[in-house]
Design a protein around this ligand. Structure first.
Ligand code: FAD
Length: 325
């Protein structure tokens, strides 16, 4: 849809298609709302693990498999998907919101923000150009692309160590670049890695920039105490710096906390009328798939009630049990 055309109107637009967004879509679509999901992928962070053992109903299930089931279930009720990154939301009087992407714009009466968390960038020169060209943010997803090759890991603590444990069995050589004089993390994992012949720690150092034309070729390292620079030839770099809520594009619309997470009330309402939020992107303290799914349901029902009220129609009752009395 080009921005010149009048965008098609949806009852609700959901941004993000993982535990929170897909559950929200299941509920809004089942309520008969014309539902559009704008998303970069299907599954979000759950795609980064092949074993989830705490999602009720499944003793053990892969993240991809679980998310595929979520997707299939919401498609049964007519949810539409657009695979694009939402970059801006503009309020239109009297009722609607325009969700903009790099190549289109979509109008919705209500919006549910369910875009979770995204890996934190390393923030060094060369990173943006070499993303997907040797620079990865997911060892489990991209490790097999570097079979037998040399890779670096930039990061700290258990996420970096866990990536190394996985990669040491896949790639030829793993360098872990660590700013401190000694790696910090789980003792057992550190012991395993110290005894692995193809794992090497480069302590007291940081990745200063990345080099490569078309694909990553080397890390420029700086020894922190001496500021001495050196080049480390690698085929890949795994950035393990944790996850952040990339909420800058909504920061002028909804209230955020100090961690840039969207503040919601217990009904999934944000500070802005007509905009709801769910999942890891919110200020909920527990970042788990089942929590995101529950919040997705809450935000969807509240969004439904909001749209019904705007149209002078009845809302769903807060106490569903009372329906059976
Ligand atoms: C390695 C790992 C293992 C985990 N293991 C477990 C576990 O065993 N059990 C458990 O319960 N939880 C686990 N979690 C946590 C769980 O994955 C998250 O709590 C859950 O995925 C959060 O879901 P979400 O829908 O809130 O957001 P996310 O999963 O972060 O998904 C966000 C969605 O929004 C999309 N998106 C982001 N920005 C935009 C944008 N601007 N425009 C459009 N789309 C956008 C993304 O593409 C994605 O579809 C794990 C997480 C990781 C990283």
């Amino acid at each position: 849809m080009s921005s010149q055309q009048d965008p098609q109107a949806y009852d609700v637009i959901i941004i993000g298609a993982a535990s929170a967004g897909l559950t929200a879509a299941l509920y809004t679509a089942r309520q008969g709302m014309n539902t559009l999901v704008v998303t970069k992928d299907i599954g979000g962070q759950a795609l980064l693990t092949d074993s989830i053992e705490n999602y009720p109903g499944f003793e053990r299930i892969g993240g991809f498999e679980l998310m595929s089931k979520f997707e299939a279930q919401t498609r049964l009720y007519g949810t539409e998907f657009i695979y694009e990154e939402a970059t801006q939301i503009v309020e239109e009087e009297p009722c609607c919101f325009l969700v903009k992407t790099h190549s289109g714009e979509y109008r919705g009466t209500a919006v549910i923000l369910a875009f979770g968390k995204t890996p934190r960038d390393l923030g060094v020169p060369g990173e943006q150009e070499l993303k997907g060209r040797g620079v990865s943010y997911c060892a489990v997803c991209d490790g097999p692309l570097f079979k037998g090759k040399v890779v670096g890991i930039a990061g700290a603590g258990d996420p970096a160590l866990d990536a190394a444990v996985y990669l040491k069995n896949v790639v030829g050589k793993v360098y872990i670049v660590n700013r401190l004089d000694k790696m910090i993390g789980s003792e057992d994992t550190l012991e395993t890695l110290t005894q692995s012949p193809n794992v090497e720690f480069i302590n007291n150092s940081r990745v200063k920039s990345l080099k490569g034309s078309g694909k990553l070729e080397a890390l420029v390292l700086e020894e922190i105490p001496t500021k001495k620079e050196s080049e480390l030839p690698v085929n890949g770099l795994f950035v393990e710096m944790g996850y952040i809520a990339k909420t800058d594009f909504v920061k002028d619309l909804v209230e955020l906390n100090a961690n840039k997470e969207i503040i919601v009330d217990k009904e999934g309402k944000t500070s802005h009328t007509g905009i709801f939020a769910a999942g890891d992107v919110t200020d909920t303290p527990y970042k788990q798939a089942v929590v995101s799914a529950g919040q997705g349901c809450t935000a969807a029902l509240t969004a439904y009630n909001y749209v019904q009220k705007l149209r002078g129609k009845p809302a769903v009752r807060a106490d569903w049990k009372s329906k059976t009395k």
